[in-house]
Design a binder for this molecule. Structure first.
Ligand code: 26Q
Length: 822
């Protein structure tokens, strides 16, 4: 099945040769990083065989192709995943073993490709894996940030951001493609000139700045099918062929400016998650990669097809949130200004080509660019946006005569802003949410007006995750166990996991399942000891919340509950209490002050609780530094409890929830996002559900919120923990350290309602659900059954299913099979 290049002797020789040619060393002298590079280049050779074969097949069969446009691709490490998908992991592991090299150590040398923040970026990565594994032609289009998501250090309990220089040792899997370099222009002015030949107006951009976009291709290996697709990420370079003879002062300055522009544009990923910041550089990044990607897409299409009016027959563009939505106007620009189409023709092509995915209903995440900034940076694109807006407003007026309120609510341009979501919806032939509940909220609340005007566009695509990375690679013990029981069909068809269900009633299978969980807990304990210096007990319940830090995700609820438990244990030392380890992992956006305070609080509580000998190790709190894709794989594998406790209606879907489920951790959560569908699949008796419903939350919100003081003054346990934010218990007597958190729960501030995320409102219900977790865990048979049934019921949540739905209902791609080169 796998390539000849993985035959042991061949592979071993390749690795040795690579060490010699790359480093002029014998393998015995090579550093672990050098071995990583040498092994990766050996793997790359096999990948390139399939990559070429795939491109040849596409060349011949000309399948419809999706361009997945995203500012983020949170890929994590490539080596292990590539070996898994080349179906050569075990062979290579053995070959390296024979050379005295441990593959785990080699994998550990690779920096994560952290070109994303969280859910949205990781979803893009899972989608690419599924597209290749299912045999569909796809390009990921993005930015080759020099610095990805920052590395997180915890100093004195506080988050410190350290730059992520992920390219410093070189990226063995990427290939630079100078031949596809494209110019991208910013700023300047537009001169309109009548063209005698075409009898049309030409729009000539003058006094602009420009950069050269240079693509780097990364292979996306499909599982066991010889399909290798491409993630194309763009680097920027200054255009250096400016005329040296004409280099008066102005030109010289311009040259330097263009150098700077090129350097800054791809410098760093914005570390915001679910929060919009109207930074000019961000808009430059967006236009930069969108324009370059579209130019190459069009060029490629035109090589095979003469009529750009039929672009949509061979190409579809998916916009991952509004971040690449400037693609709408840029495609119009290319079709009109470059290809000579009329407006109506160009609009028809564009609106049959682009589609939009919405990932959030949080108003603070919606992209709204100030018109002055937008029009200054993208003058021609802005003219096109104006015309799209003008025609749309006309249409609204025709449909709703006299209803200027509709115009105000729906226009793209309003109150001095460009509303990107509106442009995406108006131009997109499909608008989808990412979980059933989320899509319903979009249709009936946030995007109600658009849904009423164009209901046919709206559809749901519940997210998914790739089992290849998050089980086969991340949890080899459980993966082997599953394969032993039901065969390996689950690797490409996760619905087969349901065949495990009968094993929930088999005591032997349950014991094996829990034994694997225990081993994974030991593995994580070792990692935590090495990386965080905290000792944890694998016999305790691992209660895990790992995700970006955000108020709506309510890490604060979790830690307040820990404080409450600590009070209980101190007050009633005789009370029975099953030992629990609360594990947190979360990065806070660098400018998100309150999120950083929550990290400090978690670490402060950890400090007090972990060092209190009087509680006999019943409670431990660990904050795992630098939560990222690579350590996530180990964390999911080791979790007993999956904390998914967002304020109902706020988490569009969640995908971590699915990774926990796959690895046998029941959900402790609210009826939010995809939790709703998880419960539907596994049964409510195999989850711990609490809290307000999304309808209740939305109701409160529409009626000005609720009064948390009522709870505070009537529930003494709650009052006590809230007061402990202020009384110095967790701050060495400092009464100010957590004042802002205290205020956020009880007092109106800066226009925000007190406790806008309903933490105190849901506290009791959460504490009761936690009590039920403990009860269930105390009964090992019951727990094992629940855990096993979670794994057995996760079939729906593979990204293979999600992608198949996108293909069937939106993209209509052609299925392709690749024959390996002989
Ligand atoms: C916007 C403007 C300027 C700077 C940054 C941003 C920005 C960046 C990232 C806005 C939002 C994001 C990320 C959003 C995100 O990750 N959303 C998550 O998407 C997941 C995949 O669909 C869902 O599962 C999560 O529920 C959702 O929160």
């Amino acid at each position: 099945m796998y390539s000849k290049r993985f035959e042991k002797e061949t592979f071993k020789n390749d690795v040795k040769e690579n060490v010699r040619t790359l480093y002029r060393k014998e393998i015995e002298e090579a550093t672990p990083q050098q071995i990583f590079q040498a092994v990766s280049y050996a793997v790359k050779e096999a990948i390139v065989d399939d990559w070429l074969a795939t491109q040849k097949t596409y060349e011949k069969e000309d399948p419809k192709t999706v361009y997945y446009m995203s500012m983020e691709f949170l890929m994590g490490r490539a080596l292990g995943n590539n070996l898994i998908n080349m179906t050569a992991y075990k062979e290579v592991k053995e070959a390296l073993d024979e050379m005295g090299i441990d593959l785990n150590v080699v994998e550990d040398q690779e920096p994560d490709a952290a070109l994303g923040n969280g859910g949205l970026g990781r979803l893009a990565a899972c989608f690419l894996d599924s597209l290749a594994s299912l045999g569909y032609a796809a390009y990921g289009c993005g930015i080759r940030y020099r610095y990805g998501m920052f590395k997180q250090k915890i100093k004195d309990g506080y988050q410190v951001e350290v730059p992520d220089n992920w390219l410093k040792d070189g990226n063995p899997f990427e290939i630079r493609r100078d031949e596809y370099a494209k110019e991208v222009r910013f700023g300047g002015t537009i001169r309109v000139q009548y063209n005698e030949q075409t009898k049309k107006e030409d729009f000539i951009q003058e006094n602009y700045e420009s950069v050269l976009a240079i693509p780097y291709d990364m292979p996306i290996v499909g599982y066991g099918n010889h399909v290798v697709n491409t993630l194309r990420i763009w680097d920027a370079q200054a255009i250096t062929d400016f005329k040296l003879d004409a280099f008066d002062r102005g030109e010289y300055h311009k040259a330097i400016e263009q150098e700077n522009l090129a350097k800054t544009i791809v410098e760093v990923l914005y570390p915001n998650d679910n929060h919009y910041a109207g930074k000019e550089l961000r808009l430059k990044q967006q236009y930069f990669f969108v324009s370059a990607s579209l130019q190459v897409m069009l060029e490629k299409y035109k090589k095979k097809h003469k009529d750009v009016r039929k672009l949509y027959e061979k190409v579809t563009i998916q916009m991952n949130d509004t971040h690449p939505t400037v693609a709408v106007a840029e495609l119009m620009r290319l079709l009109i200004d470059q290809e000579g189409l009329g407006w109506d023709e160009a609009w028809e092509v564009t609106t049959k080509t682009v589609a939009y995915t919405n990932h959030t209903i949080m108003s603070e995440a919606l992209e709204k660019w100030p018109i002055d900034l937008f029009s200054r940076l993208l003058p021609r694109v802005y003219q096109i946006v104006q015309e799209i807006n003008r025609r749309f407003v006309e249409q609204v007026r025709r449909m709703y005569p006299g209803n200027e309120d509709k115009v105000r609510k729906m226009a793209i341009l309003m109150d001095g802003q460009v509303r990107m979501a509106h442009m995406a919806i108006i131009a997109g032939y499909s608008v989808n949410g990412v979980a059933r509940l989320h899509t319903e909220i979009l249709k009936h609340q946030e995007l109600k007006d658009f849904y009423e005007m164009m209901p046919e566009k709206f559809n749901n695509k519940t997210n998914g995750i790739t089992q290849r990375r998050f089980l086969l690679h991340g949890n080899p013990l459980l993966a082997d166990w599953v394969t032993d029981h039901i065969g390996d069909g689950w690797i490409t068809d996760l619905s087969q996991m349901s065949k495990l269900k009968p094993l929930a009633d088999d005591p032997k299978a349950r014991a094996e399942f829990m034994d694997i969980k225990y081993k994974n807990k030991e593995r994580l304990a070792k990692y935590i000891l090495e990386h965080n210096g905290v000792e944890i007990d694998p016999r305790s319940i691992y209660d895990v919340q790992v995700k970006r830090l955000h108020e709506y995700k309510r890490q604060l609820l979790n830690i307040l509950h820990v404080m409450y438990l600590y009070n209980q244990i101190k007050e009633h030392p005789e009370m029975s209490f099953y030992p629990r380890t609360f594990i947190f992992g979360a990065k806070a956006s660098a400018g998100y002050v309150r999120a950083k305070e929550i990290i400090k609080l978690i670490n402060s509580v950890a400090d007090v609780v972990n060092n209190d000998l009087s509680i006999n190790g019943k409670l431990k709190v660990v904050f795992i530094e630098d939560y990222r894709v690579s350590n996530a794989e180990w964390i999911f594998a080791a979790a007993d409890v999956s904390e998914q406790i967002s304020t109902a209606s706020k988490e569009a879907s969640g995908t971590g929830n699915m990774k926990f489920m796959l690895n046998g951790a029941p959900t402790l959560g609210t009826m939010d996002g995809a939790n709703v569908e998880i419960v539907e699949e596994v049964g409510i008796e195999n989850a711990f559900i609490f809290g307000l419903s999304s309808d209740e939350v939305i109701n409160y919100e529409n009626n000005g919120g609720y009064n948390p003081q009522e709870i505070y003054f009537n529930d003494w346990d709650i009052k006590r923990v809230v007061d402990q934010l202020m009384d110095g218990t967790y701050s060495h007597g400092d009464h100010e350290m957590f004042r802002d958190l205290y205020n956020s729960l009880l007092n109106t501030q800066g226009g925000d309602r007190p406790d806008r995320y309903f933490i105190l409102k849901d506290f009791r219900s959460y504490a009761e659900a936690q009590k039920k977790v403990e009860e269930a865990y105390k009964d090992p048979d019951r727990w094992a059954k629940m855990a096993l049934l979670n794994t057995a019921s996760c079939g729906k949540f593979t990204s293979d299913r999600t992608i198949q739905e996108y293909v069937d209902n939106i993209w209509k791609l052609d299925y392709v099979t690749v024959k390996p080169e002989a």
